[in-house]
Ligand binder design. Structure first.
Ligand code: GDP
Length: 193
């Protein structure tokens, strides 16, 4: 995918603010600090279109980005940040559910998990949440450069088992440091249109 142009469109908290139109949309979900901003920047070959967080968990909006005037990337608010009130968690859940349920042009959701760790209960909840609306989930195991080759297979197995994935789901390991996995993820994204 050659990125000719990408730009921020809007931050939304409810469906009335989502951009209109029929362009295919790909959403990205994951725990705060999992590497979501870095992954989106890596996919788009941009250094800082999406701000890499210094304060994890502060994004509380759904952020839309226009890519090449042909598809839309959506950065869903991160979860699993401890210092968040129950009221905020509820608001987060409502916002995500509204997005997944109503977004008619949503083609795929990319769920990010950290390749180093067993997915958390929050990750499993998010996986189930997405799976309720989508047939297939694209799971990206981030920070591939932080583990050695000899634990790769074991860690990927743990991710599959803990999330309870099925044969329709895709699992790709990725490094935003050296862009390992970028071609594979782009192929998967384009395949979902
Ligand atoms: P977000 O909160 O999910 O958007 O996560 P960020 O993209 O802000 O990344 C959180 C931290 O992990 C930052 O310090 C990033 O530099 C680091 N990080 C993200 N992706 C990678 C990766 O693939 N490799 C390495 N080594 N660090 C990463």
């Amino acid at each position: 995918m050659i990125i000719k142009d990408c730009r921020f469109l809007i931050s939304a908290v409810s469906s009335s603010q989502y951009p209109e139109g029929q362009l295919p949309e790909i959403a990205f979900a994951g725990r705060s600090n999992v590497g979501k901003s870095s992954l989106i920047n890596s996919l788009l070959n941009r250094k800082k279109l999406v701000k890499v967080s210094s304060n994890p968990g502060k994004t509380r909006t759904i952020n839309f980005f226009m890519i090449n005037e042909e598809l839309i990337f959506v950065d869903l608010p991160g979860y699993g940040y401890a210092a968040v009130s129950n009221a905020e968690k509820l608001k987060w859940g409502t916002m995500i559910e509204e997005y997944l349920a109503k977004r008619y042009n949503l083609k795929s959701v990319v769920l990010l998990v950290d390749i180093r760790h067993k997915p958390t209960a929050d990750d499993k909840m998010m996986y189930d949440f997405i799976k309720h609306y989508m047939e297939k989930v694209i799971i990206v195991a981030t920070k591939r450069d932080k583990i050695s080759n000899n634990v790769l297979g074991k860690n990927l197995r743990t991710i599959k088992e803990t999330l309870g994935t099925d044969e329709k789901d895709i699992l790709i390991s990725y490094s935003s440091e050296n862009h390992n996995g970028r071609e594979e993820l782009w192929e998967e994204i384009m395949r979902s249109f």
